[in-house]
Design a protein around this ligand. Structure first.
Ligand code: ADP
Ligand code: ASP
Ligand code: MG
Length: 412
């Protein structure tokens, strides 16, 4: 039988009633002849609550126990979803990550999926089970410890299952009816896209659009998974939602396809670092070893053999970066005068494959921000994106202004 993967996010499984609603959709696909793998998130708010309990109990927690705790929300919804389906006379059972087993690396809270053996679930399908409900976000390491895949990781569980089982489609059910030109909660005139390219979705996700976890888009692109984002609250329809697909399948698009934002950025400045060969390698090598995800980097013009170095990283990694640099300063002779952390910044990015062939996008973006009186602190560009760091208090204003100036509300 053909296989379909259906993933339900936190809001879609927030109450037993919503689980029932989601289960009805699953039943519909079963009646069409699909064997279905359902991936569930924890009920909305649950994972945050669990993370809160961990921090309250042990601020410098053991990462293995963190995963043991925060993975548990998905166990509840997997069991409830299986029961709900059984109540509807659909043969179903739940699977926790370790039961599949979904094998991952040992990097706790940011584990990577290494393998999903299919035989256990396929054996059940061949015995007549029609739905395998799998707890998203979690797996098991070689050391037999429970791991999690990073926040939003159930999206990645879903795409990985779709790849492993050669599913016809991977449907991601969430609380919006597709991928929009920007977060519809920030810009009222945000427009739903019928299609978006993998490349653009990858950039938007990695720049903060949390509608899909970045890694899920990467996997879908690599394994040619037909990936769709849609709402679990709308009436079922064949062409609902947004299809994430190859660039060639999209006829027309605007130069800028979307605006992403991330409020969890910090700007770190190393004041007066020696300007000599190997210094950047030492600083960023040390940060990378410490697990700090550096994004933007700027080095100022040197004066008297010394320079300032600025970089951005997620706010939650500021302490880790500070510790690594203090250590580095004695171990690696990266002496600097001062380290300044600015945690009141946000990153705003314009993304579009049209930028490859059209110039002037950056100029237009900078002029728009300047007209709004917004100061740009750091700039980074790639072939299909321009990102800036600005004061966080202007974040919403900047998103709306850029959405307007690039006329994203209009269909190309
Ligand atoms: P789930 O719990 O279903 O995984 P998430 O909260 O992780 O849902 O992701 C959905 C949210 O992503 C939406 O509610 C929306 O606020 C946000 N979002 C950010 N950028 C976009 C975008 N470009 N298009 C759609 N949603 C977006
Ligand atoms: N429940 C996890 C989280 O909130 C994983 C997910 O929902 O994708 O991050
Ligand atoms: Mg999510």
């Amino acid at each position: 039988m053909p296989v379909l993967v259906m993933k339900f996010g936190g809001t879609s499984v927030a109450t037993p009633d919503r689980i029932k609603r989601a289960a009805k959709r699953v039943g519909l696909e079963v009646s069409k002849g699909y064997d279905v793998i359902v991936i569930v998130s924890a009920m909305s708010g649950k994972t945050n609550e669990l993370v809160g309990w961990v921090n309250e109990t042990s601020p410098m927690y053991d990462a293995r126990e963190y995963d043991a705790v925060v993975s548990s929300g998905e166990n509840v919804t997997a069991g409830l979803m299986a029961m709900t389906l059984q109540e509807m006379s659909v043969p179903a059972r739940s699977w926790q990550g370790w039961q599949v087993p979904l094998l991952t690396s040992s990097i706790h809270s940011a584990a990577r999926i290494e393998e999903i053996p299919t035989h256990n679930i396929l054996a059940k399908f061949s015995e007549g089970m029609r739905v395998a409900v799998v707890a998203g976000f979690q797996g098991i390491s070689q050391e037999d410890r429970i791991t999690t895949l990073g926040r939003g990781g159930s999206d990645t569980t879903a795409v990985a299952f779709a790849a492993a089982f050669s599913a016809d489609r991977c449907d991601i059910y969430t609380d919006v009816d597709g991928v929009y030109t920007t977060d519809p909660r920030i810009a009222e005139n945000a427009r739903k896209l019928n299609k978006i390219s993998f490349e653009e979705m990858l950039e938007l996700a990695s720049l903060g659009a949390k509608v899909l976890q970045t890694r899920s888009v990467e996997l879908a692109m690599r394994y040619k998974v037909k990936l769709r984002v849609l709402s679990s609250f709308d009436e079922p329809s064949e062409d609902a939602g947004t299809l994430v697909c190859h660039e060639e399948e999209i006829m027309e698009s605007n130069v800028v396809s979307g605006i992403a934002y991330s409020r969890d950025e910090a700007k770190m400045t190393l004041v007066s670092v020696a300007d000599r060969p190997g210094i950047a390698a030492a600083i960023f090598g040390h940060l990378s070893d410490a697990g700090v995800n550096v994004d933007m980097i700027i080095q100022n013009i040197a004066e008297d053999g010394r320079t300032d170095m600025t970089f951005s990283c997620p706010t939650e990694q500021v302490m880790r970066a500070e510790r690594a640099l203090q250590e580095g300063s004695s171990k690696l002779h990266v002496n600097f005068q001062q380290l300044i952390a600015d945690t009141n910044v946000a990153k705003i990015s314009a993304v579009g494959i049209g930028m490859r062939s059209q110039s002037g996008v950056a100029a237009k973006m900078f002029k728009t921000l300047s007209d709004e009186g917004i100061n740009i602190k750091v700039i980074a560009t790639s072939e299909i994106k321009i990102s800036v760091l600005i004061d966080r208090k202007y974040m919403e204003l900047a998103v709306q202004a850029l959405h307007d100036v690039f006329e994203l509300e209009k269909t190309p």
